[in-house]
Design a protein around this ligand. Sequence first.
Ligand SMILES: Nc1nc2c(ncn2[C@@H]2O[C@H](COP(=O)(O)OP(=O)(O)O)[C@@H](O)[C@H]2O)c(=O)[nH]1
Ligand SMILES: [Mg+2]
Ligand SMILES: [Zn+2]
Length: 292
Amino acid sequence: MKKGTLIRGIGSYYTARDAEGSCYTLRCKKKFRRQGISPLTGDEVLFTPGEGEEHGWIEEILPRTSVCLRPPVANVGRLVIVIAPVPEPDMLLCDRLISRAGAQGIDNLIAVNKADLDADLAERTAREYAPAGIPVFRVCAKTGEGLETLKEAMKGALCCLTGQSGAGKSTLLNAILGLELETGDISRKIQRGKNTTRQAELIEKDGLRVMDTAGFNLLEPEKKLEPEKLRERYPEFREFEGACRFRECLHDREPGCAVQAAADEGKIHPERLRRYRLLLQETREEWRERYD
Ligand SMILES: Nc1nc2c(ncn2[C@@H]2O[C@H](COP(=O)(O)OP(=O)(O)O)[C@@H](O)[C@H]2O)c(=O)[nH]1
Ligand SMILES: [Mg+2]
Ligand SMILES: [Zn+2]
C-alpha cells in the first residue's frame, strides 16, 4: 500500500499524489459508503495503485485535522481571509470566520488586498487584530506589492482562501502561484452554469499547498455553540479572563468587566469587542433555537 494526498475528485474518481509527486487515479471502496464517509480533497489516504491503465483503490482515509463543508475539503490548516476596500469589508464575517476556524484548530491570517485603492486599510485592520495575534498583510494583486511576504506566511500549512466575493481571492492566487483561475467577470460565471461546477483542487507549487477554491461558506453555521464558549475564541481576552467582577462574566457590559476595562485602556480593540457582542447576541439566539 502507498500513502498520498487526494488532490482532486471528479465523480467517483479521485487523484492521489504521493510524496514523490507521482499521481494515481483511484476509486473508493464500498465500505466507506456503508460507513457514510466520502473522501475529500485534502485527505491523506492509504491506497493500492492500479496495474497499468487500471485505477487503484483507496483503502483507508487517515484521521482529519479539520473538515470544511462548502467547499468540501479536509485538513485545511490555515485560512487566508481576504478583504479589500471594495467591496466594503464585512468585519463581522471576518470575526465569524476566525472564530469558527479557531474552533477547528485552523489558524488564520488576513490579507488586505487592493492596496492601490486604499493604502491605509491594512494598517487599520492590523491594529484591530494585533491584540489577538492574528497576522495582517498588506497586498496588492494588481501591482504585486506584498505578495512574496504573503507567500512566505502561507508556507507550512494547507491553505484555503476565503472572504467576500470580489475581494480578489482568485486574482491573488493567480498572482502568487502563476495560475489562471477564473476571476472577476460575474456574467461569465453565470453563463458557465451549474452543470460545470468544479470541485476543489489542491495545488502544490513553490513550497505552497493551497486549495484552488475559495469558499464564502467555508465553515458551516453553528447552532450548537454555547454562548459561554464564544469568549474562549478571542485570544485577546485570554489574559483578562477570571479578572472580571463576576466569574461567569460574558463581557457583555456586566459591571466590573475586565475585558471592557482592557478595551478602555487600548489593550483590546473596541471594534473587536463591539463585534464580539453582536456575535454573542447571535449565538444566544441560535442556542435558544438549537432544537428547532
Ligand atoms: N484595483 C484592484 N483590483 C483588484 C485587485 N485584485 C483583484 N482586483 C479586481 O477585483 C475583482 C474581483 O476579483 P476576483 O479575484 O475575481 O475576486 P474573488 O471573487 O474574491 O475571487 C476583479 O475585477 C479583479 O480584477 C487589486 O489588487 N487592485
Ligand atoms: Mg474567485
Ligand atoms: Zn467581563
